[in-house]
Unconditional design. Sequence first.
Length: 381
Amino acid sequence: MLTAVLLTSDSVLADAVREIAGRCRQVRLERIVNRTIQIYEAVRLLNTIDPDVVFIDYADPEFAAELANSLINGGSRAARIGVRSRGQETPSGADDVIAWLDWPSDQVQFEAVATGAVRQGSERCRRQFFSFLPAKAGCGASTVALHIADALANELGHRTLLLDADLRSGVVSMYLNLDLQKTLRDALGQAADLQPVEWRGLVVSKEKLDVLGNRPEQRGRLPEWTDYYKLLQFAVPRYEAIVVDLPELTNEATAEVVRQSRRVLVVTTAEMPALKFSSLRIQELKAAGAEDGQLAVIVNRWHRRDLPLEEVERILGWPVLAAFPNDYHSVQKAMLVGGFVNPESLLGKSYLEFASRLWEKRESEPLNIPGRHRLREFFGT
């Protein structure tokens, strides 16, 4: 849920906005300042509350424009929304306003304007933030995401968070034999009010890796994209790297994770059905807001008798950034003890190599994949 502040000297407007906001699911009104406010006071208030949105009454356009500009200069990150009478022309000097709320309004427009302004005004974090999803169920995306997160945290020493965002079929906690008291669903439900002490009760540490998992049997309301937005706002500054295991189908909520990721990696196998689904997943991700430079494919459980990686790229029309060998025995052995694949195994080394490339931003080499020829040497091809 997004947080908002209204700055106005109109008591009628203040009461009406309070009533509308009380019915909203995605926006919570934290404070109404129902009086003329000094510029310095407004800046201090917003820096203290740190809302996602500030509604500024433009009944006095000159003062409102000065206020909006001062909020920017004062370091407020809040998306600035001007409130104007319906039919009123856009006031001059209102360049610092991201969006307008025409008044009178209703709940639908109020939420739409607020959420749209936040998305328009927020920068994509694009830090060391990597999301994995399967081309189709059974391609091993969860195993890959888990071991890339493990390599980043426990082999390379980077403070890393793993989010299991497949609320219905996520298996990360099962892989690691975690007895979860709190889950990602719980974290999303309180994302607007998270505090560091509460965070420690939500994540489970597996060596140097923090895991925010889920219990597939847990039920509750479906998350909104604003829940993921607030959760990521809290988590991103606290970790050097974030890895997300996404469900194969992207919805409006998880599209925010896709949007924020530096890399979105579709995990496939070399079988034709999986490759065809990979192309479909890529189109869905682009429709959800992903850019071409974010997207790439990983071939999992690759064997020397499978299609050559060049042929996979030709079929997909998309770069293959990595291929991990088929080592069912090592994965099964790790799962039985709730741990990770032996880092000295071929598969473990492949995970570590790719995690290193991701961290060092060396992965964007579409048709000349580091490790490809070494992988063939391992397989004797």
